[in-house]
Design a protein around this ligand. Structure first.
Ligand SMILES: *[C@@H]1O[C@H](CO)[C@@H](O)[C@H](O)[C@H]1NC(C)=O
Ligand SMILES: *[C@@H]1O[C@H](CO)[C@@H](O)[C@H](O)[C@H]1NC(C)=O
Length: 282
């Protein structure tokens, strides 16, 4: 008795237990993910997903990436804030990136320029203000760009990191360019910049599903509208409010008989009806 009572509830419960962790996992990774559909293929870039040799995905294991060009030093991390276990930035005006004691740990991109003999910090961006787009819109296989930005009171700054798809391994940043007043551009090579491509086979099914939903919708409208009309305008009560009740009641029988006649027609005269046809000889 008890078993038969609990069994019907068990499958939905199992489904719920399976689905809830899945939703949780996908929302954890959703922050650093880009996904789009093109030509019946779904391209997904999951930057923090563990991959072979890189258990933290795109995240630098040092806690930061660093590049120095022309006396300008830039530190950044992708998809997270920076961590410095060694060599923290020692520039002044680090206020919006952790302050003097934790300089670099309060943002995801920081640049130090020498001004009047002192290195002066400028915060370029935060992981929360990161946006993603393709390096080349024509070729999703090239990789993606992460743009970190910071709207300051005096200056709008940004860092654009091109993450070039490279299945052979990681190459850290080597170039640094300043475009505009405070917009920096650099590039890394990383396998996390490569798209996972799944062919979305569902387009035919999607069309069919849409048709089915539309048909069901109109059927519902017809049934409800008909019932309302019959109830209020014609004053019909009880089961008879259903429009065309006789038709629906007779439908199973109608279907059955038309199916039978169809089968009979396909089987043709060879099956017991030979006598009613006279064969024609040419
Ligand atoms: C920063 O950008 C915003 C728009 O994105 C603009 O309204 C604002 O004036 C800019 N601030 C500076 C200092 O350029
Ligand atoms: C470094 O100098 C070169 C040429 O002198 C310039 O093109 C480049 O933008 C500079 N890089 C930075 C980060 O200032």
């Amino acid at each position: 008795m008890a078993i038969s009572g609990t069994c019907p509830n068990l499958p939905p419960l199992i489904l719920l237990l399976l689905v809830v962790p899945l939703i949780f996992i996908s929302s954890v990774y959703a922050t650093c993910q880009l996904s789009f559909e093109e030509d019946n293929k779904v391209y997904t870039y999951s930057l923090t997903k563990p991959i072979t040799n890189y258990p933290h995905g795109i995240l630098s294991e040092d806690g930061f990436y660093k590049v120095a060009v022309n006396g300008t030093v830039l530190w950044f991390q992708l998809c997270d804030a920076m961590i410095f276990n060694h060599d923290p930035p020692t520039c002044v005006e680090c206020g919006d990136c952790g302050g003097i004691s934790r300089c670099g740990m309060g943002c995801s991109a920081l640049v130090a320029n020498t001004v009047g003999g002192y290195p002066v910090c400028t915060t370029l961006g935060y992981s929360s203000s990161t946006s993603f787009e393709l390096i080349d819109k024509e070729d999703p296989l090239k990789g993606i760009m992460a743009k970190l930005s910071n709207r300051g009171p005096k200056l709008n700054c940004s860092l654009t990191v091109s993450i070039v798809c490279d299945t052979n391994g990681v190459q850290g940043p080597q170039t640094l360019e300043l475009v505009g007043t405070c917009d920096y551009v650099t590039q890394i090579h990383h396998p996390s910049g490569c798209a996972v491509i799944i062919s979305s086979h569902g387009s035919g099914m999607g069309w069919f599903g849409t048709m089915l939903i539309i048909i069901l919708f109109f059927f519902g409208v017809y049934l409800l509208g008909g019932a309302f009309y019959r109830y209020y305008s014609l004053g019909i009560r009880g089961i008879d409010v259903i429009p065309n009740l006789e038709f629906w009641a007779s439908l199973p029988h109608t279907l059955q008989s038309s199916f039978t006649s169809l089968v009979r027609r396909f089987r043709g005269p060879s099956h017991g009806h030979r006598s009613s046809y006279s064969p024609v000889n040419f």
